[in-house]
Design a protein around this ligand. Structure first.
Ligand code: AMP
Ligand code: MG
Length: 323
């Protein structure tokens, strides 16, 4: 059996195919880049509708299969931007009806966690650090529980916003990472951990207020050191509390080498195992949706069309993990 997964929660439209064993055989995506400013949900949704046909076609072609070879179609049901979710869900429903195959709505955050199985994580603490989301998640009593999360914006959005004010194009995360390599000077910035939660608006304001007054490399370095230390701290506390021995990274910000290094060091110092999927499976992508859809399907779950409406605020812990 082949499973098609459609991802479309925010800026990226992706289509991926996995086989019946969950092996990823194609993973194609196309990212919406706003000409200026932030992401307008409707513009991103229009982008998805425009590229959908090509991205799905390319994904099937790379997998070497035809649409009629598919046995299941999975899609990102939430959380995310309403218009983007709706474009994607409409495509998934159309494919399910046309091909007469089951449909499965997947929680996007859960998919970031499930895909960690591909690199060998069995029961990890997930540090999910993406544009819109920042959460520390782990499985407990049949659900993925959120142990800590951002109280305001996602860490990626914070980096993108900082970069935008400094004239960097979207996404700014990779550019900040490059700039940060130019300096070792640490400029103190507010460190905001509240119990298991984190907050980024204070550090963003403080960093922006230093713009032009200190070298840009030092500012980028200090921003990364501060916010990644915050993330590492709450991840470590979740490991200690749950007595879990594995830590898994997910989300686009997890592409960052410095973040990987900090979390890896923490895990190793606790005699734990560190896992990070390859880049194409870290960012928003269709393969993780297909992979999770297959897991759910094997656990006896499908989504009737009538229950396939999108959920912008779909919480990680709303999902009963029956697979
Ligand atoms: P996602 O929302 O999971 O698709 O990830 C997109 C986010 O990841 C954006 O906010 C990017 O700025 C951020 N990002 C991508 N690569 C890096 C990097 N190397 N360092 C920091 N942030 C990054
Ligand atoms: Mg994501």
């Amino acid at each position: 059996m082949f499973v098609l997964g459609l991802e479309g929660t925010a800026h990226t439209f992706g289509a991926g195919v996995v086989d019946g064993e969950g092996k990823v055989i194609s993973n194609v995506r196309d990212m919406y880049r706003p000409p200026s400013g932030g992401i307008h949900p409707r513009e991103a949704a229009n982008h998805h509708a425009a590229v959908l046909h090509t991205v799905v076609g390319e994904s099937l072609e790379k997998a070497g299969i035809a649409a009629r070879d598919l046995g299941l179609v999975a899609f990102s049901q939430g959380p995310g931007l309403g218009p983007c979710l709706r474009s994607t869900a409409t495509a998934a429903r159309a494919l399910s009806l046309w091909l007469d195959i089951p449909l499965i709505g997947v929680n996007h955050c859960v998919a970031h966690l499930e895909i960690g199985k591909i690199v060998g994580a069995t029961d990890p603490i997930l540090l999910y650090a993406s544009g819109a989301n920042t959460q520390v998640i782990a499985k407990a009593k049949g659900r993925y529980r959120v142990f800590g999360e951002t109280q305001d914006i996602g860490v990626g959005n914070m980096l993108d916003k900082f970069g935008r004010m400094l004239g960097m194009p979207f996404p700014a995360g990779p550019k900040i990472e490059k700039m940060a390599l130019k300096s070792d000077e640490y400029i103190p910035l507010p460190y905001s951990v509240k119990g298991m939660d984190v907050a980024f608006s204070g550090v963003l304001t403080a960093a922006l207020s230093k713009k032009g007054k200190v070298p840009l490399g030092s500012l980028c370095h200090s921003l990364q050191e501060t916010v990644f230390a915050m993330l590492t701290e709450v991840t470590e506390r979740a490991m200690a509390h749950t007595e879990k021995k594995e830590v898994l990274l997910g989300g686009g910000v997890a592409m960052n080498r410095r973040l990987q290094q900090m979390v890896r060091t923490m895990a190793e110092e606790r005699d734990g195992d560190f896992f990070v999927p390859e880049g194409g499976l870290l960012v928003d992508n269709g393969a993780m949706i297909a992979f999770t859809g297959l897991e759910m399907y094997k656990g006896g779950i499908t989504t009737p069309i009538k229950q396939s409406q999108v959920n912008q605020n779909y919480r990680t812990d709303d999902v009963e993990v029956k697979w």
